[in-house]
Design a protein. Structure first.
Lengths: 348, 124
């Protein structure tokens, strides 16, 4: 943000969101510990530490599943956008749940020998060249490091310091963390399960996450069309622009431009929000400002600048009309450059 | 020294260097390169774990921002959407494959009711 940093930017919505997530985690762990003996045949007689470790482990896995489902769900159906709004807090809570799982595991499985616990974790199983008995602990440990990197760089300072591109690149680690955790679960816990419940839950998670991401990619490809080359790119016919919404066009260099209609004027700005590169073209115009659907950052249409005191700005593009069609220049103006809006007829 | 002990020693060295970088950056550097951090101190302890983990990136970005200014070294309008597509096309194959392979190598547990076989009678 372009205002003074605070430890946590809470508001009523975010406090409610965090409260619901924490309450669900608490309830899940309690119910799991209570019901575990009914569906975990191998730990019926085992110590409670194993049950608690599995409660937090499965909870972290399910939370990661939900986190990864939120993004594509919000792209497929805008009713899920409120879940996206505070996903970073959800991610941080997930890291702490996963860390609790790891502490239970280390304090139980590696605490009764002369070898230091963390050294024992890394050396007790080194069968890296066979699938059966593969050291699934290492997969979980790598996933924990990835989640730690995401949680510790989730503050808005990191977004500004690293920039959206590098920050997003770093946060792509969540996808690999999910793959590692699926491997950790599949080559670990599922190998000894006699009850199919967790196998089915894991399969459902994999199908849900992969299926939703592929569906969202398909939708995005259809909505933004093929990349177009040339100095001026056709966007749409005048009558195809709905007041308050945008048409998105993909340029030859891969950049996306959002062309908004506000009353009887058209303006074009970059489709990438300066905050986290959210899709501005999928946002709406609120009080005359384009509002990012991800986190509510706002921009003036004519110059791509955020209202004071914020200082974010996005590139703008020139528009021209040729007959019934609207064309956008493929030349990007520097962020914050004023471009006179294109006026169209009131009833267009 | 075992491989595990060596890895732990390397991790400790990494964190110690990170701690030095965190002290320098959060007490001096952050206010020099980011005007939003000037006069704002309560959020800084929250950044310590991040600096410990990615201190080489912090040093590199800090040096670049000192030379050119923070706004000049961060690109804010170059999204990674195409990379996102490629990543998920690969993962949508890799993750289910991982799951299927794990089920394929799984050994069946002993059937209930089967009797145990004593392999060393003299142990009694």
């Amino acid at each position: 943000m372009s205002v003074k940093y605070t430890p946590v930017q809470w508001n009523r919505s975010k406090i409610f969101y965090d409260f619901v997530v924490l309450a669900l985690v608490f309830a899940y762990v309690l119910v799991f510990v209570w019901l575990a003996p009914m569906f975990m045949g191998d730990v019926k007689q085992a110590d409670g530490a194993i049950v608690r470790a599995r409660a937090f482990g499965t909870c972290a896995f399910l939370m990661l599943t939900v986190i990864l489902a939120i993004g594509p769900l919000a792209r497929l159906d805008t009713r899920f956008l409120p879940l996206l709004y505070n996903r970073r807090h959800f991610g941080v809570i997930t890291f702490f749940v996963a860390l609790t799982h790891v502490m239970f595991v280390i304090n139980w499985y590696f605490d009764y020998s002369s070898t230091p616990r963390f050294e024992a974790l890394l050396t007790s199983n080194t069968s890296y060249f066979q699938l059966l008995g593969f050291p699934f602990e290492t997969l979980g440990l790598l996933a924990l490091f990835a989640l730690a990197a995401l949680a510790t760089t989730s503050h808005d300072f990191w977004l500004r310091f690293l920039g959206p591109r590098l920050w997003k690149s770093l946060h792509y680690a969540i996808y690999f963390a999910y793959a590692l955790i699926v491997g950790h679960v599949a080559f670990g816990s599922l190998q000894s399960q006699t009850n199919p419940t967790f196998t089915i839950v894991t399969a459902a998670s994999v199908l849900l996450v992969c299926g939703l991401h592929l569906a969202a990619l398909k939708r995005e490809r259809e909505s933004s069309g093929h990349a177009a080359a040339g100095d001026w790119i056709r966007v749409a016919a005048v009558e195809e622009f709905d007041n308050g919404f945008a048409q998105i066009v993909r340029l030859g260099n891969g950049d996306r431009v959002a062309v908004f209609r506000h009353e009887n004027q058209l303006s074009a700005i970059s489709n990438a929000c300066a905050h986290q590169n959210g899709p501005l073209g999928e946002g709406r115009i609120v009080n005359g400002y384009v509002t990012c659907p991800w986190h509510g950052f706002q921009y003036r249409l004519a110059d791509g600048c955020s209202p004071s005191p914020f200082t974010e700005k996005v590139p703008t593009y020139a528009l021209r009309r040729d007959g019934d069609s609207i064309f956008v220049s493929s030349k990007k103006n520097p962020p914050g450059t004023y471009v006179e809006p294109l006026t169209i007829a009131e009833n267009a | 020294m075992s491989t595990g002990a060596l890895l732990i020693w390397l991790a400790e060295v990494w964190l110690y260097v990170g701690a030095v970088v965190a002290v320098a950056f959060l007490m001096i550097g952050i206010g020099r390169i980011d005007e939003n951090a000037r006069g704002s101190y309560t959020f800084r302890p929250l950044l310590v774990p991040g600096v410990l983990l990615i201190w080489p990136v912090v040093l590199w970005r800090w040096a670049s921002a000192e030379l050119l200014g923070l706004d000049a070294v961060v690109s804010r309008d170059r999204p990674l959407r195409d990379a996102h597509r490629q990543v998920w096309i690969v993962l949508a194959v890799l993750i289910p494959l991982l799951f299927i392979v794990s089920l394929a190598v799984r050994q069946s547990p002993p059937k209930s009711g089967s009797t145990a076989v004593q392999i060393n009678p003299t142990a009694q």
